[in-house]
Design a protein around this ligand. Sequence first.
Ligand code: ATP
Ligand code: MG
Length: 433
Amino acid sequence: MSTDDEDSNIEAIAALSNAFSEEVVLDRVLETIVRVALKCTGATAGQLMLSDQGTLRTRVRATSRQDVVVEIGSTIEDEPITGLIAQAVAQAGRSLTLDTANETAERFARRDSEARVPCSAFCLPLFHKRRLVAVLYLENDRANKAFPTRKRALIELLASQMAIALENARLSQALYDEERRRFFAEGRLRQAQFALSEATRATAIEELVGSIAHELSQPLSAIDASSGAALRWLKRDVPNLEEATISLNKVQSCTTRAKVTIDRLRAAISQSKTLFEEFDVHAAIREVVLLARSRIDELDVQIELAGMSVQCHVMGNRVQIQQVVDSLIANALDALTSITQRPRIISVSSARHEGRTVVISVADSGRGIEPGSEDQLFRPFVTTKPRSIGIGLPICKRIIEAHGSAMRVEPLTPFGVRFSFTLDQALQNNDAD
Ligand SMILES: Nc1ncnc2c1ncn2[C@@H]1O[C@H](COP(=O)(O)OP(=O)(O)OP(=O)(O)O)[C@@H](O)[C@H]1O
Ligand SMILES: [Mg+2]
């Protein structure tokens, strides 16, 4: 073996072990294996077939003219001869060398077939713990006897390492798939939770409005009747002040009753305390963005997340904070629908502040708000949308106030608006500072 050959082999082996210690992505490992095999042996083409419950499937195909060109796909139609050779190797569990096109044709080409026959080929099984993991096929379409003992020995030497790397990558791919599946399953669960809390919200509002109407209708009709009577006593030719006073006293007592009823209702509502817990607010927000994704994509909105790739534990009610961010994103999307002359952008960002708070903000490049209308937006039933009721922001305000903070809104120049609020960071904050 020449020194140049040795150097390039050492380089290839180093590349291989480096790649295998770092790579866990299956396709990258597959690519590295064929790339290195082609470089070490000078083969003009190669394939790596994975064994899937006894069936071989080509996952990578590579060719080498000047540089190695790799093609990755889940199933690539096999060339008939390559397939037959690989199957023979898988069955025998041993490597196979074919030194000439004639030899290959004699053993593998069917008589009626016009399949291309390589000048020489080398094919070997990759085993992990005695289980066939893959078959590596290499060929040379220019030279006979292109795979001498020393080249074969080198690949055979690397075979077990290749098999281990493949198995590891396959396992982590399976883990990754499982994690993704779980994430989306949990996402669906949260979506259902959201829908549920939306539905509960609607029912609660309906009930609340119903009971307020019921509680107040009695004193209000009494006020109506008594004030009418008072007016009639006063409008007489000779006004009867005594009777008018009696009626007005009734008005006053009914007004007091209405006020007490309102106070009682208010007290009942504020008694329903929400559960506070420690949670990663960034993960919670990322989830909301994921759930809003289809509307974001539909409207061709670009969404930017800043400072949200690390964990940030806060104290609060996770579902409620998600509702706030969801409401703000929904409003931002509404404000962007009419924008056609500039990019539609929503920026959701998180910044930590001294005093162990974190500021969460949602800004958009939408149509913005009227200067001076900031406070107005947080009043119930204020809306500019034909099919909305205008309770998104008042609910956000309530939730954020229950978290000991306040909702802020600021018009942005040249356009758009930013809503923000702060949350208290939990005492042990993973990635803080
Ligand atoms: N990002 C924004 N840009 C421009 N205007 C906004 C924005 N967010 C809210 N507004 C204005 O504030 C109003 C009140 O918002 P709010 O979320 O309370 O109610 P809504 O979105 O109209 O209805 P709901 O949230 O009940 O479906 C909106 O109708 C809109 O005019
Ligand atoms: Mg809204």
